[in-house]
Design a protein around this ligand. Structure first.
Ligand code: SAM
Length: 236
């Protein structure tokens, strides 16, 4: 079921060929999620197990088909609202055994600078989870940190997102927690040995501001690694 969206609000357009998801993502998931992606998905499961927002309603942005969500996660909430532009992903997500209380919404909360304010207004009772989407979609202004701090202050929210990506294999892949504001080179040193690291910066590093952060490496495809950051605020 999809809730009607007032015409004044920007609506998600169906996307099957989008670089942030789409058919390529489903093919990658079919190929890699049981082996190559499994250690990263175990890290996500660990992050989500530790995230217990005091809300009965979850709004999840960019869940795709829920490939990264552990079994039973959606059933932890009395209501789940998903914002996902990929129609195949929506079809698959609603077939998960834990999706009995799932519905979809068409709000595009990432399109412009007021998007997160609209997200907060439309779902005033919800905890919000950005599901590996903020490092994929360009921030409408300088960064994501500013609108998050402005519009989600006081709201339980969490995000896991690509911080950087690289073709250089990490020397170590054990997920780590950092208690407070470590700089990007310190975090990279947890996974990669010293020297120059050619990388793509996804402009999300430290988007939760001061406070604890967690990191894991996601081998999205053979020869390509993403450093993924987890933040939850208020920190729990
Ligand atoms: C990298 S995939 C992550 C999928 C999944 N959460 C995971 O962790 O495997 C990014 C997802 O964000 C979705 N997406 C792209 N733009 C979006 C938007 N404006 N609002 C909500 N979701 C969006 C894509 O369709 C895709 O499913």
């Amino acid at each position: 079921m999809t809730a009607p969206l007032p015409p004044a609000l920007p609506a998600l357009r169906d996307q099957l060929l989008d670089p942030t998801g789409g058919l390529v993502y489903h093919l990658r998931a079919a190929r890699h999620r049981r082996r190559l992606w499994a250690p990263f998905h175990a890290a996500v499961a660990d992050w989500l197990a530790g995230w217990q927002p005091p809300r009965a309603h979850l709004a999840i942005v960019g869940p795709n088909a829920g490939y990264a969500l552990p079994d039973g996660f959606l059933a932890r909430f009395e209501r789940v609202t998903a914002l996902e532009p990929d129609p195949l992903a929506r079809w698959l997500l609603r077939r998960r055994p834990d999706a009995a209380r799932l519905r979809f919404d068409r709000l595009d909360c990432l399109r412009d600078a007021d998007g997160l304010a609209r997200l907060a207004d439309r779902f005033p009772d919800a905890a919000i989870l950005f599901s590996n989407v903020l490092g994929q979609v360009s921030a409408p202004a300088a960064d994501w940190a500013t609108p998050i701090a402005r519009h989600l202050a006081g709201r339980p929210w969490a995000s896991y997102h690509d911080a950087i990506s690289t073709a250089v294999p990490p020397a170590r892949s054990t997920p780590c927690s950092l208690p407070d504001a470590a700089a990007l080179p310190d975090v990279l040193a947890r996974f990669w040995d010293g020297g120059e690291l050619p990388l793509a910066d996804h402009a999300t590093f430290g988007l939760g501001g001061p406070g604890p952060r967690r990191y894991a490496v996601w081998p999205i495809a053979p020869g390509r690694w993403h450093l993924v950051e987890w933040v939850a605020r208020p920190a729990g």
